[in-house]
Design a protein around this ligand. Structure first.
Ligand SMILES: C[S@@+](CC[C@H](N)C(=O)[O-])C[C@H]1O[C@@H](n2cnc3c(N)ncnc32)[C@H](O)[C@@H]1O
Length: 394
């Protein structure tokens, strides 16, 4: 048996075959939504929500699938080692004992990402250097698979977390953060993260079957997210992932998994999706992003003013309206954003009876929201905003 064949066997036995421990990192508060998503996309999985994310055990393919399917996770990590270390000799030994050839190709540079709390070893730079040295040392002594000829040697993030001298080492399976869906090229100012938009759509109970309107759509985060949901397009469909450069990645298996997912996809969306904004460049950016994903028939973008719009002219049945009005630096002053929010609420109350709404209130304007709606905390851009959801009375 050649060295390369022996290594492939070990990769199958240790990485592809047995269940692995994964961690889907989320924004604070989104852990339960992400756990529900995991339970829906991986049969038999038992997600454990903890602060900052969701732990789950799954086969490697399902860990890859989580990257493709999760709308609310920021990234997916695969745990590869746990140990105690109170001084550098212990840390060096534990890092040198990791069989790095199972996880990294020969040419892949390592990007250490270290966080240490309440530990005797707390200097993140020094811990990262030990990690890089351990990988380099292993590369001198063991056989590693080369990267496929077409793949660029992109750095692989390796997360090291130390808490009370207990270390966890994980590989980042995602690469770019998962809120990057691969459609927007030019995002415009202050967009909502797609992960947060997905959680808001879940909170307002959007199913993808009913009409949806974002009348102040900015860079179109809600519109794109809704178009992908309604066409059953996975959030990761248009992008790639760090795991595609792992020695355990099998392109044919990934292509098969994508084909299986594709059988459920449908185009166009079954109900209309509208995105309106009074800013023409914003409208053009969204149209470009929709076209990139072949979603232009699933959402209609128009340059128009929210206050000129009577939704009864759009849809005979009430749908879902999501509104993230301008506030803060974009509007100059708190009193201006408060006044605008008051006008928005008055317009909604008059014209949107029976519509389900998700309405983000600017700081200081929360008391102006319709009393029939339910308030939720919404951390966004360093602000503690409030999201209001519910059905407007007829
Ligand atoms: C906070 S941004 C929306 C951000 C969007 N949710 C995103 O993720 O990119 C608010 C948007 O409302 C638009 N807007 C403000 N007043 C409007 C009005 N009266 N009619 C239509 N659009 C308006 C602005 O042009 C801006 O793009």
């Amino acid at each position: 048996m050649t060295d390369a064949t022996a290594l492939d066997k070990r990769i199958r036995r240790h990485v592809i075959g047995p269940p692995q421990l994964f961690f889907a990192a989320t924004a604070p508060g989104l852990e339960p939504v992400c756990a529900a998503e995991l339970a829906a996309c991986i049969p038999g999985v038992q997600p454990q929500p903890v602060a900052g994310g969701v732990s789950f055990q799954a086969r490697l393919d399902d860990g890859f699938r989580a990257n493709l399917m999760l709308r609310t996770a920021n990234r997916v990590l695969m745990r590869i080692a746990r140990f105690q270390a109170a001084h550098f000799k212990q840390l060096e030994k534990a890092l040198a004992d990791i069989a790095w050839e199972l996880y990294l190709a020969r040419e892949t540079p390592v990007a250490p990402r270290v966080v240490a709390h309440r530990s005797r070893l707390h200097h993140s730079g020094a811990i990262g250097e030990r990690l890089a040295d351990a990988v380099a040392g292993r590369r001198r002594g063991a056989v590693f698979n080369p990267l496929p000829a077409a793949a660029a040697p992109t750095p692989q993030a390796v997360f090291v977390r130390a808490d009370q001298d207990r270390f966890i080492v994980s590989l980042d399976a995602s690469g770019d953060l998962l809120h990057k869906r691969g459609l927007k090229t030019d995002v415009g100012p202050a967009p909502l993260r797609e992960t947060l938009a997905a959680a808001i759509l879940a909170q307002v109970g959007y199913t993808g079957e009913e009409p949806l309107l974002d009348p102040m759509c900015g860079s179109g985060t809600f519109v794109l997210e809704a178009a992908m949901q309604a066409t059953r397009t996975p959030p990761g469909w248009y992008r790639d992932f760090a795991f595609a450069r792992w020695p355990a990645y099998r392109p044919q298996r990934w292509a098969y998994l994508r084909r299986m997912v594709q059988t459920a996809m449908r185009k166009p969306a079954p109900s209309p999706i509208w995105g309106f904004d009074h800013d023409p460049p914003a409208c053009r950016r969204i149209e470009a992003a929709l076209a990139k994903g072949g979603l232009e028939d699933s959402a209609a973008i128009q340059c128009r003013d929210f206050f000129d719009l009577d939704p009864a002219a759009l849809s005979p049945v009430p749908g879902v309206a999501v509104i993230n009005p301008p506030y803060g630096r974009r509007l100059g002053s708190t009193s201006e954003s408060r006044a605008l929010f008051g006008r928005i609420v008055a317009h909604l109350t008059r014209f949107y009876a029976g519509w389900r709404v998700a309405l983000i209130a600017p700081p200081g304007a929360e008391q102006l929201a319709p009393r029939t709606l339910t308030a939720h905390r919404l951390p966004h851009g360093g602000l503690d905003l409030r999201l209001f959801t519910g059905t407007l009375p007829r």
